[in-house]
Design a protein around this ligand. Structure first.
Ligand SMILES: NC(=O)c1ccc[n+]([C@@H]2O[C@H](COP(=O)([O-])OP(=O)(O)OC[C@H]3O[C@@H](n4cnc5c(N)ncnc54)[C@H](OP(=O)(O)O)[C@@H]3O)[C@@H](O)[C@H]2O)c1
Length: 295
């Protein structure tokens, strides 16, 4: 089992009781459930019934699978995967924040697969203004697996005619804004189908990101794919709100005036030191995907 069987009555009776009743002799389990209603009591119930229990097998892999559940229980927020496409010279965009395609088709397909594996995809308004992205999953037949699109936009600057607002009636769009952003802008974006959620600010133009994550958790989001630019990516890392990073490396170079991957911090803050460790490396055509996980 990848997670300890539960020992309490929730929507269904305790799984541990069902295992005992089934006459199982040995249980191999990866992870103790951090839910205080379980927290070891599921394993204990099995042992009390004479079942041999080995726990902790494949714990790192299981922690990745259950990151959403574990973050919700322990920190009341979703687990966050940071995605960045990075040029060979360590850049994620061109000077002047002009858009550029850094990776090739296979890597882009993988990003769409990642979208389908997360409940929400989040960007900052800087990325919305620069790239005008749609943020849906456009793999064949998978558009219904598109995540909820979230824009961190304290002053509600999202263009009404952009692709995000224009598609809000079809694919959910949540905009996180400050308590002081214009009510008229809110009304116009709502008319397009977007939902506006107000949050306190930590500084001018800087929404409280931990509060933002709590809000998403309250709305049922357990996994967020962070596809924002260097400002939001660095801010989320600085707040310890990132569990995993999917770094797509390309052979293209952008040049010294390009945008660094993380605003005000070297990429090595993520790749070069604990708590993150590289757990997987995969070639995707000309590009390479490195996956880092917080230990
Ligand atoms: N290669 C890649 O993987 C990749 C991915 C995404 C973007 N990009 C590139 O990155 C560039 C855009 O980057 P960016 O850094 O300007 O955009 P961003 O990180 O997506 O958005 C930053 C904006 O988010 C808002 N924000 C609100 N609260 C915040 C908080 N607590 N912390 C941080 N930001 C907060 C701020 O605008 P307000 O003050 O108005 O709220 C801030 O300026 C473009 O060139 C784009 O092409 C590259």
């Amino acid at each position: 089992m990848t997670l300890e069987p539960c020992s309490h009555h929730g929507k269904s009776p305790p799984c541990a009781d069902a295992i005992v009743a089934a006459g199982v002799s040995t249980v191999v389990s990866a992870l103790e459930d951090p839910n205080p209603e379980v927290a070891g009591t599921g394993h204990a119930r099995l042992r009390a019934a004479g079942i041999s229990v080995r726990s902790g097998v494949g714990a790192l892999e299981a922690a990745r699978v259950h990151a959403g559940h574990c973050c919700r229980i322990t920190e009341n927020r979703p687990a966050v995967t940071l995605k960045l496409a990075i040029s060979a010279d360590g850049k994620v965009g061109r000077a002047g924040r002009r858009p550029i395609a850094i990776t090739a088709e296979r890597a882009r397909d993988r990003v769409h697969r990642l979208r389908a594996m997360h409940d929400a995809v989040a960007i900052g308004i800087g990325t919305a203004l620069a790239d005008d992205p749609l943020l849906t999953c456009r793999l064949p037949g998978m558009d219904r697996r598109s995540p909820i699109r979230v824009v961190v936009d304290s002053e509600l600057r999202l263009p009404l005619g952009g692709r995000l607002a224009a598609s809000a009636g079809e694919f959910p769009l949540w905009i996180l804004a400050s308590e002081t952003a214009s009510p008229d802008r809110e009304a116009s974006l709502r008319a397009r189908g977007a939902e506006i959620m107000r949050l306190p600010t930590a500084a001018p133009g800087r929404l409280e990101l931990r509060a933002a994550m709590h809000l998403l958790a309250q709305r049922g989001i357990t996994r967020v794919l962070l596809e924002g630019g260097p400002i939001l990516a660095a801010a989320m890392l600085a707040e310890n709100l990132v569990e995993e990073a999917a770094l797509f490396h390309s052979e293209m170079t952008i040049g010294p005036d390009g945008l660094d991957a993380l605003e005000g911090m070297p990429l090595s803050a993520l790749t070069g030191s604990p708590p993150f460790q590289c757990v997987d490396r995969e070639m995707l055509g000309p590009d390479r995907l490195d996956t880092f996980v917080r230990a």
